[in-house]
Design a protein around this ligand. Structure first.
Ligand code: AMP
Length: 284
C-alpha cells in the first residue's frame, strides 16, 4: 500500500487502472479510522480491482467555531489499518494541495446541494457544511474517477445529499451505502468518540439507547412521532444538550408525523462540547 499526497499522481494511477479495465473504489474519510471506516474499506476491496482511501480533514466543511484544528489526525495508524485491509492507496493531500487558494475562500467554486435538504437536521446548525462536503466529494471523484464510492449510513443526511448530487449532476459513479457500525455498547463508532471522557461516554451511550427505545416503541405499535420523541427524551441523559431529534421518510427525507413507512429517526446532541450524531431506521 502506498501513500500519495499529490493530485496528479493519484489521478494518473487511477486513470491508468481504468485504461486497463480495472475497477476503482473510493472511500472518502477524514482519517482517525475505526471499525466503521474499516467496513467501507473492506467492501471496496472486495468489490473493486483497486481501492483508494482518501484521508483528508476538509477545512471547508467545518464552521468557524467547530473542531477543525483539533480534529484527531492519526495518519500512521490509518496507514497500518488500510494496508491490513488490503487497500491499494491512501490519498492524503495537504489543504494547500486541494485548495491552493484557501485564503481566498470566496473565490472557490462550490457545489451547493438544495437548501431544502441542508436547512434541516445537521445542516441547520452547521451552515455551509454540506456545500463543503459536496465540493470535496466532487473533487475527490473527479481526481480518482471511481466506479464506486463508499459512504456510511452513520452520516445519513450526507449519504442522501451525495446520492442526490450524483444523480442530479450525472456523475458516472455508483454510490454504495454501508450500514452503520456500533460498539457492543450500542454507541455509534465515530472519530469524535476519542474526545469523550469516561463520564461523557456513559452519557453518550444514552443517545443510541434513546434511538433503540424509539425502535421498540414502533415495534409495540406506537406510530405518533411526538410520543416517540417523548419516549426518547426519558432515556437521554439530562446533561446532554439535544440539537435535534427528527423523523424523516427514508425515501425522500420529508418530515413525518406518523410512522407508516420506512423512516429515519436522526439525532444530534452535544455531550459536553463533543457533538455526536446517530440514527436508526424504523417502520421497515
Ligand atoms: P468521516 O471520516 O467521519 O468523514 O467518515 C468517513 C466515512 O465513514 C463516511 O462515509 C461515514 O459515514 C463513514 N462512517 C463513519 N463512522 C461510521 C460508522 N460508525 N459506521 C459506518 N460508517 C461510518
Amino acid at each position: 500500500m502506498k501513500v500519495i499526497n499529490k493530485i496528479e499522481e493519484i489521478k494518473k494511477i487511477t486513470e491508468d487502472s481504468k485504461k486497463n479495465n480495472k475497477t476503482v473504489g473510493l472511500v472518502p474519510t477524514m482519517g482517525c479510522l475505526h471499525a466503521g471506516h474499516a467496513s467501507l474499506i473492506k467492501k471496496s476491496v472486495a468489490e473493486n480491482d483497486l481501492s483508494v482511501v482518501s484521508v483528508f480533514v476538509n477545512p471547508i466543511q467545518f464552521g468557524p467555531n467547530e473542531d477543525y484544528d483539533k480534529y484527531p489526525r492519526t495518519l500512521d495508524e490509518d496507514i497500518k489499518l488500510c494496508s491490513e485491509l488490503g487497500a491499494d492507496y491512501i490519498f492524503a493531500p495537504s489543504p494547500q494541495e486541494m485548495y491552493p487558494n484557501l485564503e481566498k475562500f470566496s473565490d472557490l467554486t462550490m457545489v451547493a446541494p438544495p437548501y431544502k435538504f441542508t436547512d434541516m437536521l445537521c445542516g441547520k446548525s452547521r451552515i455551509g457544511h454540506f456545500d463543503g462536503v459536496c465540493t470535496v466529494v466532487t473533487k475527490l471523484i473527479n481526481i480518482t474517477s471511481p466506479d464506486r464510492a463508499y459512504f456510511g449510513m452513520k452520516d445519513i443526511q450526507q449519504l442522501f445529499i451525495i446520492k442526490k448530487m450524483v444523480k442530479d449532476l450525472n456523475f458516472s459513479v455508483e454510490i454504495v451505502p454501508c450500514p452503520l457500525v456500533r460498539e457492543e455498547t450500542g454507541l455509534a463508532l465515530s472519530s469524535r468518540n476519542k474526545y469523550l471522557t469516561p463520564e461523557a461516554k456513559t452519557n453518550a451511550l444514552t443517545i443510541s439507547k434513546a434511538l433503540f427505545a424509539i425502535k421498540s416503541g414502533v415495534e409495540r405499535g406506537i406510530t405518533d412521532t411526538k410520543l416517540l420523541f417523548d419516549t426518547a427524551m426519558t432515556v437521554l441523559a439530562p446533561s446532554i444538550e439535544l440539537d435535534y431529534l427528527e423523523f424523516v421518510r427514508a425515501e425522500d427525507f420529508e418530515p413525518v408525523e406518523s410512522i407508516t413507512e420506512p423512516t429515519i429517526a436522526a439525532i444530534a446532541a452535544k455531550v459536553g462540547n463533543v457533538r455526536l450524531i446517530d440514527n436508526i431506521i424504523i417502520g421497515e
